[in-house]
Design a protein around this ligand. Structure first.
Ligand code: NOJ
Length: 523
């Protein structure tokens, strides 16, 4: 099993810090709250935690508008509590990933404040300033979700580029001083002991110095979904050299929002760029066996053997998969079996392990400029009125059903979604086939997705071979699935029982993880 790196074996838990847990009673999730809940994450059985941005920020984009890449916003804590978090995470055998935001800063960042102060400020060129007007911007790019990508600044009579909100001006990575300053921010956190970074919209950072127009056919297309400049790759290799110069295994997983696996593939480079890249095609997949089958065939063939896949069903930018799949808890449970048995590194968004659906957010409580609040609702920790948020109420409403569907209630109930996830994580940890094995489709009737995971060690006698079979019934009716060989149920999406023989029948919207009969059932 040599040659595997920890991030290939890991399941990464994604914390959106503002809504995870509040430790100081102000209604704003923070690092104190996260520290308090580390034992829960260790009990659940994940291997690493990625925390969303915790930098000082005006929060016009949930903290992805950074005013200082080397500090902690007081709402989240301070550097001392961050250092404790690193120690406590590692003490539990978990890894910690920071969110690093290199494409843009906040407009309130001192770099931008200086840049916008005059045309001849030494930091002018740290951002993209061009002549233009609202009617005739410097190029035809559209920002995220089709918004304007340029804003006119009265003081110096020029426009600045922002692929996201006007409060998030894009950094000019063609300027070596920007490269140097941002490298220093990476080193700052590596020196504090983080295991790596989730890198925000990394495919956007390289830009042609002339910022040429897109062809007319792409003029109305959101630049974030198509931007793919070659210059980005050398920049990523520079980040990678820094990571690799540190002791221990440091890594980066890049957010590449291009919806094409062949394009995502290029960001792994020749093994010298990203260690992992998100591939968000799975965020678009519906509750449909054929659609998933096509995706699972396509992704490995496009990535090739050298690029290790990642899988994600939901994050802080999308609706939760329970909501996307129509609301059924059976589907949410079966999707957990799918996510945690695929070949590749799964990223598990906070609250998915509880089967949460999106919160209903009334117009007067909306926070996010792009309307992404539903999945960012606070985690309900218990069944009390405040759901474990002991002081001020968090600004967003709790997800539906939080009086029953909360951490304390689910931890006490072996039949709950959280116990299903825990069993899956345990099974994954104990099975080389699930963590590292190959993926092969299995013959199944329409409406049922089936695949084998097979691990064959290199040794001459084949001992240590490990095998699993996964069946997911997407249909709302039972399915008969004849399979070769003798299998026992290791994890069932709908009941806690394990160890019984598989008799070729799947319930409606039921998923099973099967192991060859003869192995002891997991506890
Ligand atoms: C991707 C992040 O996930 C999203 O929340 C943010 O709005 C944009 N990048 C801009 O930083």
């Amino acid at each position: 099993m040599s040659g595997f790196r920890w991030w290939q074996d890991a399941v990464v838990y994604h914390v959106y810090p503002r809504s995870f847990a509040d430790g100081n009673g102000d209604g704003f999730g923070d690092l104190y709250g996260l520290l308090d809940r580390l034992d829960y994450l260790a009990w659940l059985g994940v291997d690493a935690i990625w925390i969303g941005p915790i930098y000082p920020s005006p929060m016009v984009d949930g903290g992805y508008d950074v005013t200082d890449h080397t500090d902690v916003d007081p709402r989240f804590g301070d550097l001392a509590v961050f250092d404790r978090l690193v120690v406590e995470t590692h003490r539990r055998g978990l890894r910690l990933l920071m969110d690093w935001v290199p494409n843009h800063t906040s407009a309130a960042h001192p770099w931008f404040v200086q840049s916008r102060s005059s045309r001849d400020n030494p930091r002018r060129d740290w951002y993209f300033w061009r002549d233009g007007t609202g009617d005739r911007p410097p190029n035809n790019w559209r920002g995220f979700r089709g918004r304007p990508a340029w804003t006119f600044d009265e003081r110096t009579g020029q426009m600045y580029l922002h692929l996201f909100l006007p409060g998030q001006p894009d950094l000019n990575w063609n300027n070596p001083a920007v490269v140097e300053a941002m490298h220093a921010t990476l080193r700052f956190w590596l020196d504090r002991g983080v295991d790596g970074f989730r890198v925000d919209v990394i495919h956007c950072i390289g830009k042609h110095p002339d910022l040429p127009d897109e062809p007319a056919a792409l003029a109305d297309v959101d630049q974030v979904s198509i931007h793919d400049h070659d210059g980005t790759h050398a920049l990523i290799r520079g980040f990678r050299q820094i990571l690799d110069s540190y002791p221990g295994e440091r890594m980066m997983v890049g957010e590449v929002t291009l919806r094409q696996t062949s394009a995502v593939r290029r960001y792994y480079g020749q093994g010298d760029e990203l260690n992992l890249a998100f591939n968000f095609l799975s965020l678009d997949a519906g509750w449909d066996a054929a659609e998933w089958r096509e995706l699972l065939d396509h992704v490995p063939s496009e990535l090739g053997a050298a690029a290790w896949p990642t899988w994600v069903l939901t994050n802080h930018d999308t609706v939760r998969h329970r909501t996307r799949f129509g609301g059924s808890v059976h589907r949410a449970r079966a999707a957990g079996v799918l996510l945690l048995t695929l070949r590749g590194t799964p990223f598990l968004f906070q609250g998915c392990e509880l089967g949460l659906a999106d919160a209903e957010v009334p117009p007067d409580r909306r926070i996010d400029a792009y309307g992404r609040d539903g999945s960012r609702a606070p985690i309900p920790w218990d069944g009390t009125a405040g759901h474990g948020w002991a002081g001020a109420a968090p600004p967003l409403p709790f997800p539906p059903g939080s009086d029953r569907c909360n951490v304390a209630a689910q931890v006490a109930d072996p039949d709950s979604v959280v116990h299903l996830y825990r069993r899956l994580l345990l099974a994954r940890r104990g099975s080389p086939a699930l963590r590292r094995g190959g993926w092969q489709p299995a013959l199944t009737p329409p409406g049922v997705l089936g695949y084998r995971r097979v691990y064959r060690p290199d040794g001459p006698d084949g001992s240590g071979t490990d095998l699993r079979l996964v069946l997911v019934n997407f249909a709302g009716v039972p399915a008969s699935v004849p399979v070769d060989g003798d299998w026992r149920v290791e994890v069932c999406s709908q009941c806690p029982a394990t160890g019984h023989r598989f008799r070729g029948e799947l319930g409606p919207e039921q998923a099973l993880l099967l192991a060859p009969a003869g192995r002891p059932p997991i506890r």
